[in-house]
Structure formats: C-alpha cells, structure tokens
Design a protein around this ligand. Sequence first.
Ligand SMILES: Cc1ncc(C[n+]2csc(CCOP(=O)(O)OP(=O)(O)O)c2C)c(N)n1
Ligand SMILES: [K+]
Length: 472
Amino acid sequence: MALHLRSSFSSKSTLLNILRHNLGFGSRSHVTRHIRQILPHDPPLRGSQNPISRLCNTMAEPETLSSFVQHEYANNHQVMDFPGGKVAFTPEIQFISESDKERVPCYRVLDDNGQLITNSQFVQVSEEVAVKIYSDMVTLQIMDNIFYEAQRQGRLSFYATAIGEEAINIASAAALTPQDVIFPQYREPGVLLWRGFTLQEFANQCFGNKSDYGKGRQMPVHYGSNKLNYFTVSATIATQLPNAVGAAYSLKMDKKDACAVTYFGDGGTSEGDFHAALNIAAVMEAPVLFICRNNGWAISTPTSDQFRSDGVVVKGRAYGIRSIRVDGNDALAMYSAVHTAREMAIREQRPILIEALTYRVGHHSTSDDSTRYRSAGEIEWWNKARNPLSRFRTWIESNGWWSDKTESDLRSRIKKEMLEALRVAEKTEKPNLQNMFSDVYDVPPSNLREQELLVRQTINSHPQDYPSDVPL
Ligand SMILES: Cc1ncc(C[n+]2csc(CCOP(=O)(O)OP(=O)(O)O)c2C)c(N)n1
Ligand SMILES: [K+]
C-alpha cells in the first residue's frame, strides 16, 4: 500500500485528480467553486511547520489545493473512498503507535491448576475425545523421552522433542478432520500420532530403515505420511507456509470441506516466507490455519531478538487476517480455538492466525544444550507451573474420566510398546544405497550418475568407513 500511495501521489496532477474523482467533481474550476462555497470562513494554516502547506507548496495550484486539503483534514465527517474502503481524515499529526497500551489478551479455559475458569467459553469435548487427547499427550511425552535417550546412547543420529508443547500438538490435531492437510515444522509429531501413525512408523523413520516412507533420505523427526495428509517435514524454516496456502487455495477451488493447517515457531516468523504466505492467503481468501507455537526461543535466539511487536498475533491484522492468541499449554483452549478457527476458515473461506503461547521445555534438539543460554530455573518453572499434561489431567479427573490406575496402566503399556518398536526398527535392514539417487528423475542426469559412481568408488577404497548395515 505504501508503494501504491507513493506512486499514485508522485505526480501533482494525479493527487488532484484522485481527490476530484473521489468527491465526484468534474473540473478544477468546479472544485474551487465548491470549496469556496462550503469554506467561506476557514482560517488558512500558515508557516513552514504546517505539513499540509508544505505538501501543498509542491502542488501545481498551492492556493486552491491548500484550502481544499485543509478542509478535508478539518472535517471529520468527510471520508475518502480509497482502494480498500473509506478513509477518514484527521486534522492531527497522528502516528499509529508501535504498541497498544495493553497486550493482546490470551484465551484460556483452564487456569494454571487445571481448574475451569468461571464463564469461560469453550467447545465441549466428549469423554472419549478428552481421554484420547490426554492419552496421546502422555504417549508423545514417553516417545520423546525414549527416543531422546536412544540418541544419547548413540543409537540415533539426531532427535528433537516436543516436550512442553504436547497440548498444541494433540489438542489442535483433535479439533481437525483427517481431510485437513497438514504442513508441519518438526515439532508437531503429535498431529501424526493423533491421526494414527504408529510408534513403529515413528521408529522406522528415526532409524531410516527400509520401512521408512522416506527411504532413509531425511533426518530423524522429519516425518511424512501421504495416507494421513501430513506433508513431509522440511528442515528449511517456514518453507511450509507458502506450500500450505497453495494447498488451501486448491481445496477452495475444489470446494472441499477441508482446510490446510500449517505449524511454525516464533523463529519462523522472521522468514520472508511467513510474510509472503500471510499476505497471499489474505488476498486469495485461502482457507488455511496458521498455527504459531511461540515458545520463546528459536534455538538460542530469544523472541526479543526476533521481533519487537506484541508477539505474532498482531501480525495477522496487519495482513488482514483474523487472529487469536491462545494459551498453548491449555489443551481445552487450544482445542476450542482451533475448532472454531477451522469452522470459520472453511465456512467463510478465509485464513486464520493462531498464536499459541508456550515454552520449549526440552533442548532445541540433541545438538543443543539450552542451559548455555537460559536458566535451569526458567525451564523448571514452565515445566512445573504451566505443565500442559497435569492441567488437562486435573480437568478430566474432575469429570470422573481418569484415575491413578488408568494413568499407570497407560504409562507402562506405552513404554513397553515404544521399546519394542525401537528394538524392531533398529534391527530392520537399511534401504539400499541406490535409493540416494532414485525417485527424482525418470532418467538420472549425468552429474547424478557421476556422483553415484564416485560414492561407490570411495566405498570400495575405504570399506571400513562405510556403515556395514547399509546394503550396496
Ligand atoms: C531457513 C533456515 N534458517 C536456519 C535454520 C536453522 N534452524 C533450524 S531450527 C531453527 C530455529 C527455529 O525456531 P522456531 O521456528 O522458533 O521453532 P522451534 O524450534 O522453537 O520450535 C533454526 C534457526 C533452518 N533450518 N532453516
Ligand atoms: K521457537
């Protein structure tokens, strides 16, 4: 818009023409006559401190235009029809403040202790759904802990946990339908879990064995499932956002009862792709949910080094997108916000932005030691005071839907299943080396064939450096 304004007003006569046109005046003399009629006694503003006269001095007819513009600014009842709607005039030099006095409030249903807040609005969940939400949050946490330990033991090359962000993962997934298409970052495996990805499938991917759908060509935790409408994770931050908008637009054209949903972190909002995606989604009216997990840290970069706005939620409005800030550690609030957002996105064919406030309790990944840049006390506080699992558990317990016995049964069953999945995945053969070079080109180009030849020659001359479990 700034560009548009600048170019529109670059010529003096253009401004005059726009003003004339928008007030329905035909000729210049007509404008002058009309102004004189309605403005007989308005004192003219004077002096170089008057920005309006400075503007007008550069115009072809300073006298006429000056009083004309002054009148417009002085009269609150007049508006300018401008692309995008009517714009009111103001006589004050008023800059839009860089921040509101009050930060955008955060929607929550359960308080820190898991007690239902009086008069809170939320979408009712059945016992069955609530129990599955809680069970999947527990499963995700157990899976994360076991995989993390396996990596520390040197059995996996890499891992990243979603610890602290279980409610965002599971409760948002619960509010969607299987037809909604997911464009994830790497910290939302819970969405896959909710949709039925098995612990064995997770383990196969992390070990890159021959049952992995990516044939071992991705880093661990870069899951994907065609069957479950979950696009494969791309490590390159925020690239999934424009992809999601494209998919949403396609759902719109096909008149599908579904939306696209993309997840990203606060760090991702510093990427150009975030801004491009929000803008095009708004303009194309694409049914897409942008779910930002604002967890305070992008590896070692705190949000204060990422942006100076009131977080992420306010950026939605700047692009003309309806937005909400949610307590990401309150599963019931997350479920209700996503459920409501999904309905609006599909019914009204529009994008929605959800900023979920949360905290990354785990290290960024197994390549990170987060106590190098944040205090152990900060981590502990979030884990204890705002724990998404214990808050939701309190609520389902208060409904009579959960007990200590169901908790311990679930935990021991999942732990057993997880360890078994790990054992099987580790034992399963790796994909053949040839897979590194297939599935992209119908006929591999010469440079790819050269690379394959070089790899094979290198393995032949240094067999001791090649992993013995990868078939040649
Ligand atoms: C384009 C790009 N730049 C840098 C990186 C390196 N990198 C990997 S994860 C990460 C932090 C991302 O933080 P955020 O988006 O907030 O997600 P979080 O890890 O906190 O869930 C960075 C900088 C990358 N993968 N891609
Ligand atoms: K982050």
